[in-house]
Design a binder for this molecule. Structure first.
Ligand SMILES: Nc1ncnc2c1ncn2[C@@H]1O[C@H](COP(=O)(O)OP(=O)(O)OP(=O)(O)O)[C@@H](O)[C@H]1O
Ligand code: SF4
Ligand SMILES: [Mg+2]
Length: 396
């Protein structure tokens, strides 16, 4: 990675030192085929040139549809996967290609909590062994480890007396608490939570989120919190990254994103969240994203969302939009941004977090403004007339 392409900070970095930085991170999975000799016949563009950063003590939410690359990015962050391009930094140190031994100190500082507590906990081990194993690996003595396990169980709201129970003797929410206790055992600085509450009932989700919140306050933890939908990450995130088909579509301070979503994909995700008031819920305008996500082996040209976007024009399929910087530390990659004034569009600068493959064309630029909605691509016209997409009344 050359110096020009280094990414120093995200929109919410402020004065906090950066704990984690992804700089143009790319993970392509090779597709192998062959009887005697495996040949690479293609690649899955799971994560494609994503740049963002996480300041210490903060939470970064990552959302997007299934298959958009959230877990792959998470695994690159904790270095369970080695990126095929770009740079991962932890406390400023390049960890992208570190081997097993040099990674050991990093492994203690970063932990991963998985979505499904039942499959991530060994069913044949007692809770005490599950939570205590990371301590033993660190060389903590038996008695000290036993005391620490009880303390950890208590800390996550479980009865320390249940130390000899097996995972199946706990409820789903309690099993996720065990997963959190295991992650906390090594005193990490960062916990990457990959859909930690998706498998839980709504009321239990709230309890686990409250627990994570308290732990963050008490222990000064930083989180990367992955979820399918924006309702879950709303109250826990300082900044939110919206991903689509391996790309970063929008990156914004949390409150700003909900108040003023700029990217059409984010707008559609937000409109899918039910509002508690049934009348208000019925009255509001829904934007349903038509169709299935395109194949990540051969993603669409230009803006990857153009095959499903109600605002797509010709330029969208030809030029990949860069991430433009709008007021409030709000970044979005769209040729026809929503919820921003013409003055804000003309003042927007190209963010250094923009993918290297994106064009120089800024929203409101010559080509973008020349391609009106009348020139919409064929796929878009189909979506509009087919009734699958309730496009907003306003035209781009
Ligand atoms: N080991 C692998 N080999 C090949 N392709 C993979 C591999 N792991 C993931 N993929 C592909 O990479 C893309 C991103 O997958 P990923 O699991 O990161 O998505 P996700 O956003 O976490 O989805 P979900 O919300 O369903 O968990 C998908 O197209 C997936 O099929
Ligand atoms: S308007 Fe164009 S650039 Fe913006 S999201 Fe839609 S397709 Fe992408
Ligand atoms: Mg996933």
């Amino acid at each position: 990675m050359n110096d020009d392409s280094q990414v120093q900070a995200g929109p919410e970095a402020g004065s906090q030192p950066l704990l984690l930085q992804a700089e143009h991170v790319q993970l392509y999975f090779p597709i192998k085929y062959g009887v005697l000799v495996d040949r690479t016949v293609g690649v899955v563009h799971a994560v494609d040139d994503v740049s963002l950063s996480l300041p210490e003590g903060q939470t970064l939410g990552i959302v997007g549809e299934s298959g958009c690359g959230k877990s792959t990015l998470a695994r690159c962050m904790v270095r369970l996967l080695e990126p095929t391009g770009g740079t991962m930094r932890f406390r400023g140190r390049d960890i992208t290609h570190l081997g097993r031994r040099p990674l050991q100190p990093f492994r203690r500082e970063v932990q991963l909590v998985f979505q499904d507590p039942s499959s991530s906990l060994n069913p044949r081990k007692r809770v005490g062994q599950i939570v205590g194993t990371p301590l033993q690996l660190q060389g903590v003595g038996r008695d000290a480890a036993r005391a620490r396990v009880r303390e950890l169980l208590d800390r996550v709201g479980l009865n320390p007396e249940h130390v000899n129970r097996f995972p199946h003797e706990f409820s789903g929410g309690q099993r996720q608490r065990i997963g959190v206790a295991r992650a906390l055992a090594v005193n990490p600085k960062l916990i990457v939570l990959d859909e930690p509450v998706s498998a839980l009932d709504v009321s239990v989700q709230a309890q686990v989120i409250n627990l994570l919140d308290d732990l963050q306050d008490d222990l000064g933890l930083s989180y990367v919190f992955i979820a399918h939908d924006l309702s879950v990450v709303r109250h826990v995130s300082d900044q939110i990254a919206v991903m689509y088909l391996g790309k970063l579509m929008e990156l914004s301070p949390s409150a700003e994103l909900y108040r003023k979503p700029i990217h059409p994909y984010t707008q559609a995700l937000l409109s899918a969240i039910p509002i508690p008031d049934p009348q208000e819920n019925r009255a509001r305008e829904r934007q349903v994203i038509a169709g299935e996500p395109p194949n990540p082996i051969s993603p669409p040209s230009g803006c990857r969302f153009h095959t499903r976007c109600p605002w797509a024009t010709k330029v969208c399929s030809e030029v990949e939009p860069p991430l433009a910087e709008y007021p409030g530390g709000h970044l979005a990659a769209c040729h026809h941004p929503r919820n921003v004034s013409p003055a804000e569009i003309s003042a927007a600068a190209r963010s250094p977090l923009s993918p290297l493959s994106s064009g120089q064309l800024m929203p409101g630029g010559e080509q973008a403004s020349a391609s009106g909605p009348e020139e919409s691509s064929e796929s878009q016209v189909t979506a509009r007339t087919g009734g699958a997409v309730d496009a907003p009344d306003e035209e781009p």
